[in-house]
Design a protein around this ligand. Structure first.
Ligand SMILES: [Zn+2]
Length: 127
């Protein structure tokens, strides 16, 4: 069995987040040395490197096991985006509906004023 080179150890450190298979592929691609997944696992354990698979959120930098979005951001960041979108949509809706609510109120106010005036005229007419 071929001795582990310093470069291979460095690759384990650098690509540990891809898991043992990812590290094995990286080692083969960069050094041409073929290692088995088991050999990579043993070596990682020997040098105290982790092979825990994770991805890094491009937004907040959090490390999570799986990025379940196509956008390369974590669920939390995606949720935050969603909340922000809803908030903006809500603001637009509020503006639009408030306008029409105001218009509606104005119509009622005018109708009530007209009604009061009619009543006043009627009462004046009675006198
Ligand atoms: Zn994030």
């Amino acid at each position: 069995m071929k001795r582990w080179s310093e470069e291979e150890d460095r690759l384990i450190e650098a690509y540990g987040h891809l898991g043992a298979g990812g590290v094995r592929n990286a080692i083969e691609a960069e050094t041409g040395t073929r290692r088995t997944v088991e050999a990579v696992q043993k070596r990682a354990s020997r040098i105290g490197a982790t092979l825990l698979r994770y991805e890094t959120c491009s937004r907040c930098g959090k490390r999570i096991p799986h990025m379940n979005t196509r956008w390369g951001i974590c669920a939390e960041c995606r949720y935050r985006d969603q909340v922000e979108r809803h908030r903006k949509a809500e603001a637009v809706r509020r503006d639009v509906l408030n306008d029409s609510a105001d218009a509606e109120e104005e119509r009622w106010r005018r109708a009530a004023a007209a009604e009061r005036q009619r009543r006043r005229r009627r009462e004046r007419g009675r006198k």
